[in-house]
Design a protein around this ligand. Structure first.
Ligand code: PGA
Length: 274
């Protein structure tokens, strides 16, 4: 059985205080989401340390296992003179320091950042991240012990020209085909048509199902039966009013949510759509 995931991509939004408030609002409602749905909060780098502590402090045990935190990017280098970059290893180890903050109670424990988003179309488009760079990032993230939410998706002109299968197929093959089956188990794929991101235009559930099935088939061609266990998320103007219809499709295993993840009640309502 593959894991159902609703992940929030906060992008470059919220100050730390706002981010903490948002996380606390979501955590307060964890008991209201189905037991088999897992939430991931992908915050800006600056928020990961306090979120590691806040999620680590969740007392209700059934709730603690329902939520993880994630980063939105990592460097394609291990360490060194790369001003402004943050490595996968830095992200994967930051929880180790939570108990060392001055004044922290002795049993203070942070949770590990578990996920990192790689290949979001905003990174590909605005920062020139090619499939080759994304493969480097993916390998470093996996070897640091992070799970990867790997994003793929076509532009409107590419869909109109009937090229969306070629584009998405190439994004899958040039990165995921380079991984071992063991590494592949730690990959979540997110299909995000660029024309639907932040635009209010959602792919219809038929359009989304068609390409999700194609993604699973493409993974199956390389990895066989493992493809059935890979979680494939839909992203692009997913909101409480359309989540149920999208999530009812057989190959849609949840969502990567941008705008609607910034309101706790909307994010929870999406998670309740299963
Ligand atoms: P959106 O963004 O939900 O605001 O369309 C999704 C994403 O970019 O991950």
């Amino acid at each position: 059985m593959r894991q159902k995931i609703v992940a929030g991509n906060w992008k470059m939004n919220t100050t730390i205080s706002e981010g903490i408030e948002l996380a606390n609002n979501i955590i307060a409602k964890l008991g209201e989401i189905p037991q088999d749905v897992h939430l991931v909060l992908c915050s800006p780098f600056t928020h990961l340390f306090p979120l590691s502590k806040i999620v680590g402090d969740i007392k209700c045990p059934g709730c603690r296992s329902k939520i993880s935190i994630g980063a939105q990017n990592c460097a394609n280098k291990d360490n060194g003179a790369y001003t402004g970059e943050v490595s996968a290893k830095m992200i994967a180890t930051l929880h180790e320091a939570v108990g060392t903050i001055a004044g922290a109670p002795e049993d203070a424990e942070g949770v590990k950042v578990e996920y990192v988003i790689i290949g979001h179309s905003e990174r590909r488009g605005y920062y020139g991240e090619t499939n080759a760079i994304l493969l480097e990032k993916t390998k470093l993230a996996l070897s640091s012990g992070l799970k990867v939410i790997y994003c793929v998706g076509e532009e409107l002109s590419q869909r109109e020209a009937g090229k969306h299968f070629d584009i998405v197929g190439e994004e899958i093959k040039s990165v995921l085909y380079e991984l071992t089956p063991e590494q592949m188990k730690n990959i979540v794929v997110a299909y995000e048509p660029i024309w639907a991101i932040g635009t209010g235009k959602t792919a219809t559930s038929d359009q989304a199902q068609e390409i999700h099935a194609f993604i699973r088939k493409t993974i199956e061609e390389k990895f066989g039966a493992l493809a059935q266990d890979i979680t494939i998320l839909y992203g692009g103007s997913c909101k409480p009013s359309n989540a149920k219809e999208l999530f009812s499709q057989p190959d849609i295993d949840g969502g990567l949510i941008g705008g609607a993840a910034l309101k706790g009640e909307d994010f929870i309502a999406i998670a309740q759509s299963y």
